[in-house]
Design a protein around this ligand. Structure first.
Ligand SMILES: [Zn+2]
Length: 460
């Protein structure tokens, strides 16, 4: 306590448009939860707005959002820290308004057991500006582990149905996949899936050879791969009742399949990435290796269907799939160049920019409500993060001051990821994260370019 009776670390944000999603917010063009006012944080939690506070943040002309949640990042610790690490990755996160991340298991060694997750958590402690949780990897040789996963250790189990350079254990055998779905259902563990069908790609490669130029990559890793895999996922969910979240949809057909399955009552949901919403095969000709991704970036008609899934609220989470590689790695010949790009910093502003370009006549309150629904509220609910994703009394004091009309040029100088490059260099962003607060601490201030302290917690 300070002499005037105000606790240190207390923050009040005033004068903004506060975005709380509410029951229908973001769906069917509503913005019920948006109101003018402020948010007060005391002892790291949101408290009633009549309290005073030591530190005042003026949010006039800006939105006040709950701290954003990126449920799909690869921060590369342990073993791959030449590409990315938590000090850099978490700085990129807060500069993009993200206050909680969920880290993927394909590190070296991969985290395929609760013990491995605990060992990773020890390495991460004290190095992160953001709060975090972990996905454990599904081990095809020990599917029975999934029947007994503590949700306090892992928020889900990741299944790689296709191989790429950093995938630890690809599940190619349909029998093993079936066992994983059965064990996850028994243990009430949600599966998150990289759904591409490796057998489809192997067959095509044997027939006509593997891609040799980056611009051919989409043609050689065509839509057949993910569509076939998503159809398998839907059948397995039907058989076992497993909760399944399909990551990074790239095609119109996948969006139709998952939406139809969900409408039929199956517990299946999906994620869209910032890059599949931001780029098409026209961009990949220019960007080359930077937009070499798995699944590949596809055509405009696919991108239109993915945006439609945002407009209709069919998508559950928006994720970055932040997966940096060094420039040297990305510039290797095509067979050796790893897929992936950094994106946790760019995710919210790129999606906002896309919303304003696609739907210029939509009320900004409605658009921002959609963004908050899929970047905060739904990921928190899907992965069971209590105290996250909502601006309500008693929740963690995570919030973002977002300037919706601040246009600025995103350049390599702005990149906080360790790899130092971005596929979004040269983009004019339609909004800016001005301030990010994590549990009452200012962890990013865009006006001064300063960060807070690496006191992020494991959310369990
Ligand atoms: Zn990923």
């Amino acid at each position: 306590m300070t002499p005037d009776g105000v606790r240190s670390g207390d923050v009040v944000v005033s004068g903004g448009r506060v975005v709380a999603v509410g029951e229908t917010g973001g769906r069917r063009g509503t913005a019920d939860g948006v109101r003018s006012g402020g948010v007060v944080v005391s002892d790291g939690k949101i408290v009633p707005a009549d309290r005073e506070a030591r530190r005042v943040i003026d949010a006039r002309g800006a939105y006040v959002l709950p701290g954003l949640i990126d449920s799909h990042v690869h921060f590369r610790t342990p073993g791959l820290t030449h590409k990315e690490d938590w000090p850099h990755g978490s700085r990129a996160a807060v500069a993009g308004g993200v206050t909680t991340v969920m880290d993927m298991p394909n590190t070296v060694p991969p985290t395929l057991s609760p013990e491995a997750v605990l060992a990773k958590a020890e390495l991460v402690a004290g190095t992160s500006l953001v709060d975090y949780a972990f996905h454990v990897g599904a081990d095809p040789d020990r599917p029975e582990l999934l029947a007994d996963i503590d949700p306090g250790v892992a928020v889900s189990a990741k299944v790689f149905m296709a191989g790429h350079h950093t995938a630890p254990t690809v599940v190619r055998d349909p029998g093993q996949l079936d066992k994983i779905f059965a064990a996850a259902a028994a243990g009430r563990v949600r599966l998150v899936l990289h759904a591409e069908d490796d057998a489809v790609y192997a067959l095509l490669d044997r027939w006509r050879g593997a891609p040799v130029r980056h611009r051919d990559y989409e043609r050689y890793r065509p839509r057949t791969g993910p569509i076939s895999a998503v159809a398998q996922v839907v059948r397995l969910v039907e058989r076992h009742g497993t909760a399944a979240h399909v990551l990074h949809l790239s095609t119109a057909e996948e969006a139709d399949l998952v939406t139809a399955a969900r409408a039929a009552g199956l517990p299946v949901t999906f994620e869209l990435t910032g890059h599949h919403l931001s780029f098409t095969d026209v961009d990949t000709r220019r960007l080359g290796a930077k937009t070499r991704l798995a699944p590949a970036i596809r055509q405009r008609a696919d991108q239109d269907r993915l945006w439609e899934a945002v407009r209709l609220g069919e998508v559950s989470s928006l994720g970055s799939d932040h997966a940096p590689h060094t420039t040297e790695e990305k510039c290797r010949p095509v067979p050796d160049a790893p897929p992936g790009l950094p994106g946790v910093q760019e995710l919210a502003t790129a999606v906002w920019t896309g919303m304003r370009e696609r739907w210029p006549d939509e009320s900004p309150d409605v658009a921002m409500t959609r963004l908050v629904r899929h970047l905060a509220e739904e990921p928190a609910a899907l992965f069971g993060l209590r105290g996250k994703g909502r601006l309500e009394i008693g929740a963690d004091g995570d919030l973002v001051v977002f300037e919706p009309d601040h246009r600025w040029l995103f350049s390599a100088r702005d990149v906080r990821a360790k790899c130092g490059w971005s596929a979004y260099e040269g983009w004019t962003m339609a909004g800016r994260v001005r301030t990010t607060v994590r549990r009452g601490e200012i962890v990013w201030d865009a006006d001064t370019g300063t960060f807070g302290s690496p006191t992020g917690h494991w959310v369990r």
